[in-house]
Design a protein around this ligand. Structure first.
Ligand SMILES: Nc1nc2c(ncn2[C@@H]2O[C@H](COP(=O)(O)OP(=O)(O)OP(=O)(O)O)[C@@H](O)[C@H]2O)c(=O)[nH]1
Ligand SMILES: [Zn+2]
Length: 480
């Protein structure tokens, strides 16, 4: 996958507060986008500042309906509430796996609920992602439906695929078919390292090579700073140790097409591993006939897109029987390294990172040294196997940064957006902010808030039986 454009947002507390503080502007922008003729007629009747004060008051009320929850909060739960993890999302529906709930007879941890997101969360722009820890309310325990009432702050967030609270990345390659290629492996590792999320490297299909080859790769990867797990889905070698590493974590698995990501996920999910023994075998109870958590399809790769054919844009967390979740990603063959800068690249090579750390407090002669081993650089004369790859990537990133600077007048990644075309190749284009220079007038902002609140009223009235999205989803599911 383009773990590529993975970026981690840590400590969302500050970000969320900021978000709320800036709500009027956000609401204004949204309202401007959604403006329609009926809003315009309301605008004409709008009595001005008194209403504006009322509007502000109401926004405060809505926000207080969903106060920001920190990751370790334990809000008291009523009988119709539970805390869970969003395991999958499709259109307006979320599958939530319950983690903690009030003690109700006959209901256990691991029950899956089909949920919609409460309108007010959308209104205050609190997005719900796969991986989010959520507070579910209005639960019907018999039909297993509910409504997501609040989202806990995220510990991490990766963007592609969008998954919240990822604890761990599993970089998977294969010894053969396809043969492990050191530069491609380096690209994947650099991409994964650049997220700041802990990673494990595993090499699959190791039954296809001899012991000598494995020993050679083991020592080679050690010199890169990694302790890989050698495994084989075919012979089951190393699967116990992988299951142990993944237990109780949310892991995203990344690697090129065909290395066996889907096969490995299927193998790890078909219990009977020692680490599962302790787990309650019935801990996960999917909704009957749920097709969401079927085995991952193995095998074919599309020639046109370069992605596995089973590829779906909707990433799902697959519950592991030993606890924790695993998310598959489409096998992309070229991580884009879009989030990596020339200056941050050295940090993504553990062997370079270690040398720099070990030599502290000594510094390179140049304060912005790129550590290319020139005279005056602390890494001068260091025999590092991957130094040529490091040079090559510095060069590649330099070309990209210069291109961005020339084309868009900025090196900042956030000022450029990327479109994915065929073969998963990303194309850059400037992020347009039309009329950025023009400040919206206070009157306009106030009016927009009123429009937004009117919309809110409209939305709430839509939640009648006929339009109940859960009911609609069930009708659709049953009629297929
Ligand atoms: N010999 C051998 N083949 C394996 C092993 N694990 C998986 N395979 C085969 O490798 C092929 C590709 O496996 P997948 O699981 O589809 O690979 P993937 O990484 O999910 O591929 P994408 O979906 O394209 O990203 C299949 O034919 C598997 O049967 C293994 O340990 N040994
Ligand atoms: Zn240096």
């Amino acid at each position: 996958m383009p773990i590529a454009s993975i970026s981690v947002l840590r400590h969302r507390a500050a970000a969320s507060l900021l978000h709320l503080r800036h709500l009027p502007l956000a609401a204004a922008a949204a309202a401007a986008r959604h403006r329609n003729p009926s809003n315009v007629s309301r605008k004409l009747q709008s009595p001005g500042s008194k209403n504006f004060l009322r509007a502000k008051q109401r926004i405060r009320e809505f926000s207080s309906l969903s106060p920001v929850l920190s990751p370790d909060d334990e809000p008291p739960l009523s009988d119709s509430q539970a805390i869970g993890t969003v395991a999958a999302a499709q259109a307006n529906f979320m599958r939530v796996i319950v983690q903690s709930l009030p003690s109700i007879e006959g209901v256990g941890i691991g029950v899956e609920l089909l949920c919609v997101v409460k309108a007010v969360l959308k209104k205050i722009k609190r997005r719900v992602l796969v991986g989010d820890k959520v507070l579910v309310g209005s639960i019907d325990w018999v039909d297993r439906r509910g409504m997501i009432e609040n989202v806990f702050q995220r510990r991490t967030e990766i963007l592609d695929p969008p998954v919240a609270n990822v604890d761990h990345l599993l970089v998977l390659f294969s010894m053969e078919q396809p043969k492990v290629e050191p530069f491609l492996l380096t690209r994947f590792l650099v991409e994964a390292e650049s997220t700041g999320i802990p990673l494990t490297l595993a090499l699959n299909k190791c039954e296809l090579v001899d012991e000598e080859m494995l020993v050679a790769w083991k020592s080679r990867l050690r010199s890169w700073g990694y302790r890989p797990i050698f495994c084989s889905v075919e012979s089951e070698k190393g699967l116990d140790s992988l299951a142990f590493t993944l237990r109780d974590q949310t892991t995203v698995i990344v690697g090129p097409s065909g290395v066996g990501k889907s096969s490995l996920i299927n193998a790890l999910r078909s219990s009977n591993r020692p680490s599962d023994a302790a787990a309650d075998t019935n801990w996960f109870e999917p909704i009957l006939d749920s097709k969401w958590y079927e085995d991952q399809r193995v095998g074919e790769v599309s020639l046109r897109s370069g992605r596995g054919k089973h590829t779906t844009r909707n990433v799902s967390l697959l519950p592991l029987s030993g606890g924790g979740y695993l998310a598959d990603t489409p096998g992309f063959n070229q991580p884009s390294l879009l989030k990596v800068t020339k200056q941050s690249l050295a940090e993504a090579f553990p062997e370079i990172r270690e040398k720099l750390k070990a030599s502290e407090p000594a510094k390179c002669s140049f304060s912005n040294c790129l550590h290319l081993g020139e005279p005056g650089c602390i890494l001068e004369g260091e025999p590092l196997e991957r130094y040529p790859y490091y040079f090559q990537l510095v060069d590649e990133i330099r070309v990209r940064e210069e291109f961005q600077l020339r084309t868009f007048g900025t090196k900042k990644e956030s000022d450029v957006r990327y479109k994915v075309g065929d073969m998963g190749v990303k194309q850059a284009e400037p992020r347009l902010e039309p009329k950025k220079h023009r400040r919206p007038s206070r009157k306009r902002i106030n009016q927009s808030i009123l429009d937004e609140l009117d919309e809110l009223d409209d939305d709430d009235s839509l939640l009648d039986d006929e339009n109940d999205p859960i009911l609609r989803a069930f009708r659709n599911e049953n009629s297929q």
